[in-house]
Design a protein around this ligand. Sequence first.
Ligand SMILES: *[C@@H]1O[C@H](CO)[C@@H](O)[C@H](O)[C@H]1NC(C)=O
Ligand SMILES: *[C@@H]1O[C@H](CO)[C@@H](O)[C@H](O)[C@H]1NC(C)=O
Length: 320
Amino acid sequence: MKHSARGGPEQYWLTAIKSKASYIIALALLGLVAWAVLFPRADHGPVEIAQELQPSKEARDSAQGTSRMEIAHWALTHEALVQQKEADKELGVELVFYGDSITESWRGTQFGQIIDRAANIPEVFAKHYGNLKAAVYAIAGDTAGNLLWRLHHGEGLSGLTPLVVCVLIGTNDLIYQPNLLDAEAVAANVSTGASAVVDAILEQAPKAQVLLLGLLPRGDRTVEAPPLRYLQPSKFTAAIQATNERMKAYATLHKRVDFVDCGHVFVEKHKDSGDSVLIRGLMPDVLHPSAEGMELLAQCLKPHLKRAGINASRRRLLLL
Ligand SMILES: *[C@@H]1O[C@H](CO)[C@@H](O)[C@H](O)[C@H]1NC(C)=O
Ligand SMILES: *[C@@H]1O[C@H](CO)[C@@H](O)[C@H](O)[C@H]1NC(C)=O
């Protein structure tokens, strides 16, 4: 059937639509309102994202402490730290560092023995924290579970009233993962362990602020088959980043916890290739910062310590 150019069914529909336009618009608006009421937009603000990412309370509560008492030099180091903590109760402590070999380097030791790798690091410690009453309770090779155990076996904060507690733990946990390449599964495990440690600290030191340090970058290596690989990303990088995201989420939801990621100071772009690489001078063995690296770590922590109430100048003033 043919329509004439004007005055046919086409124009009838046009008029009909025009006359109904206001109804249609009103209906559309009503529909939008109904849609908004029925399907509220998921809110993806920082708090909501943090709630999705943070290790659940149930998972944190079920994290288990694990001792390494069967290793003689670990047991001895732990006993020494328990003794030291008892002495620190008398002295009073303002700043506490908990961690693994990276943190133990502040003392210049590994399992309590002076080690070349940590040469000059105690001097960096003295420079930054010498004016404070600062304690280091760290043992090489510890996982989050090992540290959790120590917190409940004589190395915890009962009897101490620190202003700030720094925690750097989890890089050793990476070694025990069934599949390092499953970054999200690794991150869930490691961040749960680290947050369980912080939960314990918050409970033991109800006034302290906690600085939860993000895992530092590390390189691939086989100790048996050098050379070390400074190139980033390494096989650890994705898992480290995912872990740090979750630890940051946990900190976002806990008033007395600040997440501090100092990892960037150890990485640079290679000037010829443009690749990201660990800076050899700062992390010679692709895992532990050198004295120069620890200096940069201390500088990175400084504003956060200050904000949390640690003030190197304060004690100087008291001593004057
Ligand atoms: C993380 O994984 C290790 C190794 O499988 C396991 O021993 C540990 O209990 C796990 N920790 C948490 C908090 O799930
Ligand atoms: C920290 O030091 C500054 C001076 O540098 C001083 O004004 C401030 O009150 C101190 N804060 C604390 C908590 O001692």
